[in-house]
Design a protein around this ligand. Structure first.
Ligand SMILES: *Cc1c(COP(=O)(O)O)cnc(C)c1O
Length: 371
């Protein structure tokens, strides 16, 4: 019987390490509301992410949502539909209008050449996604943002620990939102953070994640409840200690996938970007049915019958969600549409063995002739 392989598997410290980390909570009885663990993780992350301003939240989605609120934006936000529901929902839930820009075919990030003609006098921000940990064209986006005085908020849910030109990815744009969900490269069970340029946002974020409470008798904004609790922060403190080893293991897996699948006709692999220190978060492949001999659906099904679970990530485009009642035209982002119909992400997590990577590659390659 072949073992079942999932697309991802949450990292955990040893039970002993976690228990040691949380034991002080039984002395303080301080479970949430920015306690010692929260403060410690925040400081540790500043160092790891190589940034100066950060705020921790319950999840990556609330980081996106409250950051948009904190910046007091109006009108339209330019973003991409090739992302997780969260990016688009954060915009819509702030009563802002998403304007969908197409992506680049090689790294799947927003195509800066297509941003400018989407800008109107109602545009207030750009929300690009560093999808799969691939770094957007930050320089071009920065030039456009300056020219039109737009805010740039990166969805960096996939880009934890990524560096570009030697600097932490959170240093680009006005703010970057990270997710620490169980399925991500680094987790706090559920959790997230925003890093930002303007230090005055620190107080605003702190208040917005705690109902907008400014003082005991002073509620100055309509905030939410999005505070990271102490047990989640403790998980983050433990997991962060092991990040170097985790990233190295992920790299070995990506290297093996590339070795086995690079150059195969009909398969497009993720790009290796110049000047980028990757976190090896995902291993997406784009399958061209004509050249490969099998469709994305057929490959997915074949792997499934052999207990290898892969994901159509991202499919469908967020602009086509039923929730939006056909308000947006997916044909306006043809590259995103094309990629979303052909992409599959293969399993990757630190303790996935190289033997299992080989088995997955064998199965993918068998699809060239199976059907
Ligand atoms: C995971 C994810 C989010 C949301 O993060 P949560 O921590 O799950 O709320 C946002 N954007 C993208 C691209 C994601 O993958």
């Amino acid at each position: 019987m072949e073992n079942e392989i999932f697309v991802t598997k949450a990292i955990l410290p040893s039970m002993e390490e976690y228990v040691a980390e949380i034991s002080s909570i039984w002395e303080t009885h301080w479970l949430t509301n920015m306690g010692a663990k929260h403060q410690e993780l925040q400081e540790n992350l500043k160092e790891y992410l190589d940034i100066s301003n950060i705020d921790l939240l319950t999840n990556g989605h609330m980081a996106l949502e409250l950051t948009l609120q904190a910046m007091n934006l109006q009108g339209e936000v330019i973003t991409t539909p090739f992302t997780f529901a969260s990016t688009t929902h954060a915009i819509v839930r702030n009563n802002l209008e998403p304007v969908f820009c197409d992506i680049k075919p090689d790294d799947f990030t927003i195509d800066p050449e297509k941003i400018e003609h989407l800008i109107t006098d109602r545009t207030s921000a750009i929300m690009p996604v560093d999808v799969y940990g691939n770094v957007c064209d930050v320089e071009a986006i920065d030039r456009i943002a300056r020219k039109y005085e737009l805010k740039v908020i990166y969805d960096d849910a996939h880009a934890f620990g990524v560096k570009y030109k030697g600097r932490g990815i959170g240093n680009y744009g006005d703010a970057s939102c990270f997710s620490f969900h169980a399925t991500k490269v680094f987790n706090t069970i559920e959790g997230g953070a925003v890093t930002f340029k303007d230090p005055t946002l620190q107080e605003t974020m702190y208040e917005l994640k705690n109902f907008g409470i400014h003082g005991p008798e002073d509620v100055s904004a309509v905030g939410a409840n999005a505070k990271m609790n102490e047990f989640c922060a403790a998980m983050g403190i433990c997991n962060l200690r092991h990040m170097d080893e985790i990233v190295l293991k992920r790299k070995a897996i990506v290297d093996r996938y590339r070795e086995r699948l690079y150059g195969v006709k009909g398969l497009q692999l993720n790009v290796v970007q110049k000047d980028v220190e990757s976190n090896y978060a995902y291993f997406p492949i784009v399958i061209d049915e004509k050249a490969y001999g099998s469709s994305r659906e057929e490959v997915m099904q074949y792997l499934g019958t052999h207990h290898v679970m892969v994901r159509k990530y991202f499919y469908p485009l967020t602009s086509s969600f039923k929730a939006f009642h056909r308000k947006y035209d997916v044909l306006k982002t043809p590259v995103a549409l094309h990629v979303s119909k052909r992409i599959l992400t293969l399993p990757i997590y630190p303790d996935l063995s190289i033997e299992d990577v080989d088995r997955i590659c064998d199965l993918v390659l068998q699809c060239k002739s199976v059907y």
